[in-house]
Design a protein around this ligand. Structure first.
Ligand code: KIV
Length: 263
């Protein structure tokens, strides 16, 4: 299993890190048997699994249940859990209760969006012995402040600020940082400015690793087409065809066959 020391070593050895989201037990069982380096129980589960329109709706209880289900299914994988919306903004005791909840559910690390505003709490969590991954660029929990899902750090000043934020996270002790939706050149600059690995999503080829939402990678929602997404399957079509096939077999008395029935 990869851990926070091997994370750093991967960067030194220039070996890329792969990560996908995972929210449930049966998917975790499948992913446990793949080569993927680590799993993220992302707060995107509020959108993908619960049908909300943003990650703002992820609650700690939701995160806890999904983390526990994933960890039971993927005992060999390093599992990172997102700290949900505002869980780091209501003071240290509140944040530490949330960290305790996610770590006791089985997570190996937590991920926190933002830098400046979060540095105090990030340091506190790391000093308490819990590994923290940062998340910069497009931070979906601040979607209303950012004015939508837009590419971030497009001008020189914003790119400089992003590099400074990544350095702050490194100094605070983060073991890695997700970079979401930034120009490839900025992804490269940030990655070369810090010694901790950067994991990109829509941040170009030069980040130290890549992460995708599993459902996007598998083609579960064919209406979601961001520029950065590469689809490796079309499970939406596979599921529809399989269920329609079952439906047809039921209607035409083609299921169950004799060998699928008890004598
Ligand atoms: O919640 C999530 O799925 C994420 C990834 C997009 C990095 O934070």
């Amino acid at each position: 299993m990869i851990n926070i020391s091997t994370f750093k070593k991967r960067k030194c050895d220039q070996k890329k890190i792969s990560m996908v989201t995972c929210y449930d037990h049966w998917t975790a069982v499948i992913l446990n048997d793949t080569d993927i380096d680590c799993l993220l129980v992302g707060d995107s589960l509020a959108v993908v699994m619960h049908g909300f329109d943003s990650t703002v709706h992820a609650t700690l209880e939701m995160m806890r249940l999904h983390v526990a289900a994933v960890v039971r299914g993927a005992p060999d994988k390093f599992v990172i859990a997102d700290m949900p919306f505002l869980s780091c903004s209501k003071g240290i005791p509140h944040a530490m209760d949330a960290v305790q909840c996610l770590m006791q559910a089985g997570a190996h690390a937590v991920k926190i969006e933002g830098a400046e505003h979060q540095l105090g709490i990030i340091k506190h969590i790391i000093e308490a012995g819990v590994p923290v991954m940062g998340h910069l660029g497009l931070t979906p929990q601040s979607i209303h402040n950012l004015g939508g899902h837009k590419v971030q750090a497009k001008d020189a000043k914003a790119a400089t600020n992003l590099i400074a934020a990544a350095r702050q996270l490194e100094q605070a002790g983060c073991f890695g940082v997700v970079l979401e939706c930034v120009p490839a050149k900025v992804g490269d600059c940030v990655s070369r400015s810090v010694q901790i690995p950067t994991i990109g999503i829509g941040a170009g080829l030069q980040t130290d690793g890549q992460v995708l939402v599993l459902h996007d990678l598998l083609g579960a929602n064919l209406n979601f087409n961001p520029k950065f997404l590469r689809r490796y399957a079309e499970i939406q079509t596979l599921v529809k065809n399989s269920v329609n096939h079952f439906h047809e077999d039921v209607r035409t008395l083609n299921y169950p066959a004799a060998m699928e029935s008890y004598s």
